[in-house]
Design a protein around this ligand. Structure first.
Ligand code: ADP
Ligand code: MG
Length: 325
């Protein structure tokens, strides 16, 4: 018997994620009613994942549910915000119950881990497409922007960029490393971990922040441009995971760390005078981040390797070097 839209929502989405006292009215009425804490600003983000574009057709449903929420939580992390509520607009080709229960479980597990309540949404039929909106808050005027970096600020990145892009290549059959390496990298694509705890801590240290979704080099350049400056990244400083180096070798691993996508890590700038305090209060080994370069006056993004400027295109290393200008 086909599942009615009402039953589908009741079964899979009414009690998805955390229970929160600030949800006055959640799933079930025409709209949700949410209570904002005094002294906070509301922070909102929305992202759409289209099957075959943002994830391979046939991805594990739990991963689709996880990622649809994770990419939005990552946007809030980049603002230094704490997420509270999510809405889900789901377009489904059919009401496949085993697909739906795995999808909802994947989303619910991540939502609960970050105390996010699913408070509403919309369900329609059509080609698979998942849109999640996340709402959260940040103390008034404290949010981390892209635009407040300055030339001279140090640039950092969290985690090990490039892993997720390698994981996607494995999903798509373009890369086939040994089993354990493949499992690690696939997991990094399928279940990214939004850096919410780090983002919130960075409210006290960072001058600017962006989440890395389209490739570290391009996203660092976006932060720099928004801040009215440029960025220089030191190739040797790029953090790469051991599995990524095993899969690709040291050079291609760093190339992917710069240009791959889907990392959902944080790239942030810190005033020189704050760097010591950052490193002391949030030990990089424990919090998982590394210094990779500096914001500078001259526009654009540049990667230095052994003092020489490397040239990159969007699709990766251009295989030619230019002399530093
Ligand atoms: P309406 O016609 O008023 O939009 P719906 O039948 O679409 O009502 O939704 C009924 C309730 O279920 C609403 O509270 C809505 O927010 C919620 N809802 C619908 N689809 C989803 C979903 N995929 N996830 C979470 N809540 C949903
Ligand atoms: Mg509706």
């Amino acid at each position: 018997m086909p599942l009615s839209e009402f039953d589908l929502i009741e079964r899979y989405f009414r009690a998805c994620g955390a229970r929160r006292a600030d949800v006055r009215l959640g799933v079930g009425d025409d709209a949700a009613i949410l209570e904002c804490p005094a002294g906070a600003e509301l922070v909102a983000a929305v992202d759409t994942l289209v099957a075959g574009v943002h994830f391979p057709q046939g991805s594990p449903p739990a991963s689709i549910g996880h990622r649809a929420l994770a990419v939005n939580l990552s946007d809030l992390a980049a603002m230094g915000a704490r997420p509270a509520w999510a809405l889900l607009a789901l377009t489904l080709p059919e009401a496949d119950e085993s697909w739906l229960s795995e999808f909802a479980a994947g989303m619910a597990a991540l939502a609960r881990a970050h105390e996010v309540a699913l408070v509403g949404g919309d369900t329609t039929s059509g080609p698979l497409c998942v849109t999640v909106q996340v709402l959260g808050h940040v103390p008034r005027s404290a949010a981390l922007l892209r635009s407040s970096g300055r030339a001279g600020d140090a640039i950092f990145v969290s985690g090990a960029p490039g892993d997720a892009a390698a994981g996607l290549a494995i999903e798509q059959g373009r890369l086939a490393p040994a089993n354990e390496t493949a499992a690690y990298l696939r997991e990094r694509f399928l279940y990214p971990a939004p850096r919410l705890a780090l983002g919130e801590r960075l409210l006290r240290y960072a001058s600017a922040c962006i989440d890395v979704s389209d490739g570290l080099l391009g996203d660092a350049a976006k932060l720099a441009r928004a801040s009215g400056c440029g960025v220089q990244i030191e190739y040797e400083q790029l953090p790469v995971s051991e599995p990524l180096v095993r899969a690709l070798g040291a050079d291609r691993a760093r190339e992917l760390a710069l240009t791959g996508g889907d990392d959902y890590e944080l790239c942030f700038s810190v005033r020189p005078a704050q760097v010591g305090r950052l490193l002391a209060d949030l030990p990089p080994e424990r919090w998982g981040y590394a210094r990779i370069g500096t914001l500078r006056e001259s526009a654009g993004a540049e990667v230095l390797r052994g003092g020489a400027v490397m040239s990159f295109s969007h699709s990766g290393y251009d295989h030619f070097m230019r002399s530093a200008t």
